[in-house]
Design a protein around this ligand. Structure first.
Ligand SMILES: *Cc1c(COP(=O)(O)O)cnc(C)c1O
Length: 407
């Protein structure tokens, strides 16, 4: 009976949504698009429809969380219709499938972008976001690059906080886990032209997650495949925006790494084989520079690099500590090989919201086996940075300016 009722509810929703999208697309044809000024959505207009008792899902065991497999009971949606007052009122509703016209632009031309943030349950029981305004800024930059509408970041943050507070029991009671937040923006115009989408859907879903890599990888480090035949981003491209179209084509290369017994791809660029990123993490290198000092290096934001929130934070922490030199410049495989053979290469690690800070122990580069001594350093910079980051995120440093506490 419950199953049947759910089915009926589901199909009721499907019909509603299809009717709505047909209504909008036919009214667009008759209206002058420029007659109504653009309007941003506001938290004040948010409506909330809570899941009924039989729509609530059991919470998974915190020790069995993998990445992005389970989702919470509610989601947030905001529609955009060009010319029709633009952004509509945001809505929180029970988690449900979304219904799209088969011609929807997202399905043909990958008109999609996303963000990745986390909510952390601190040691004081409070739930915190980490620098969410940076994710909003980046999401708006991605939207511009994708020809999708932008919005007021602070209004989306307030909506996300409300969504998390409704699903707060889904934020794991553990400092080894967190609630991953996936804001997504898609172009849903039901037309096949390769042109800007007049309608869009912004939605946010939440997924409790454990650590991205196994605990042992944190101790022994991860292994990388560096194959210069593949490239992730190029000048003038969109590698610096979190567009879904950047990630689909990486899956096959990642699979090649797995088949070789390696864990992630080290993305190289150009003739000089510059190191750009590790999988979906920004890359950091620690080495002894020509003056004999320890130096932390990461590639500059030159269009090939995704401007990570963690990248920005590790640079800021390092500059504030002022214990080692900090540089943003490109580094090539040739230089890495030379530094490594001179025993001046100390650490390589990846950094990002999903994987936090991940030490690298091995690189396979065109048949050369490079052993990187990251996890063998006595006072490893990656360890110090990881600890500081987690201390802020889990409230061990309780009132850090980078924390937004959800009341
Ligand atoms: C998301 C992402 C990162 C990390 O960004 P954070 O904001 O630190 O999570 C790094 N590289 C790529 C390619 C990414 O997609």
């Amino acid at each position: 009976m419950v199953y049947l009722r759910r089915k009926i509810l589901f199909f009721g929703n499907v019909i509603n949504q299809l009717q709505q999208s047909i209504r909008w697309s036919s009214s667009l044809r008759t209206k002058d698009k420029n007659s109504v000024p653009q309007r941003f959505f506001k938290y004040a207009d948010l409506s909330v429809r809570l899941a009924g008792p039989n729509q609530l899902n059991p919470k998974p065991d915190v020790n069995k969380l993998s990445f992005g497999k389970y989702f919470t009971d509610h989601m947030l949606k905001v529609h955009y219709y060009e010319g029709m007052n633009s952004w509509q009122a945001p809505e929180i509703m029970p988690f449900e499938n979304i219904v799209l016209h088969p011609a929807a632009k997202v399905l043909h031309y990958a008109v999609e972008l996303f963000e990745g943030m986390k909510a952390y349950r601190g040691v004081d029981g409070k739930i915190r976001l980490f620098r969410p305004e940076l994710n909003m800024e980046r999401m708006n930059n991605s939207a511009i690059r994708a020809g999708l509408p932008s919005f007021r970041g602070e209004e989306l943050i307030k909506c996300i906080c409300r969504l998390i507070s409704i699903d707060q029991e889904w934020v794991p009671h553990s400092t080894a886990s967190s609630l991953y937040i996936r804001p997504t923006l898609i172009g849903i115009d039901p037309t096949l032209g390769v042109a800007t989408s007049d309608s869009a859907l912004l939605y946010v879903i939440l997924s409790p997650v454990g650590s991205y890599f196994k605990a042992t990888d944190q101790q022994v480090g991860i292994s990388l495949l560096a194959d210069p035949r593949y490239t992730r981003a190029w000048p003038g491209g969109c590698g610096n925006a979190k567009l879904g179209s950047n990630y689909g084509p990486t899956i096959q290369v990642q699979q090649e790494a797995i088949e070789k017994g390696l864990q992630q791809v080290l993305w190289l660029y150009g003739e000089n084989k510059e190191l750009t990123e590790i999988g979906t993490m920004n890359i950091f290198v620690v080495y002894i520079n020509n003056n004999g000092e320890r130096e932390l290096l990461t590639p500059p934001l030159n269009g090939l690099i995704l401007p990570g929130v963690v990248r920005n934070s590790l640079l800021a922490i390092s500059r504030q500590w002022n214990q080692y030199k900090v540089t943003e410049r490109s580094i090539t495989m040739k230089e890495i090989i030379q530094l490594n053979s001179d025993n001046r290469l100390l650490e390589i690690f990846g950094a990002g919201t999903a994987c936090v800070v991940s030490p690298v122990s091995y690189i396979d580069f065109q048949g050369q086996e490079l052993h990187i001594p990251t996890t063998e350093q006595p006072e490893a910079i990656y360890q110090m940075l990881k600890k500081r980051l987690l201390d802020i995120q889990y409230g061990i440093i309780p009132n850090h300016p980078w924390s937004l506490i959800i009341e």
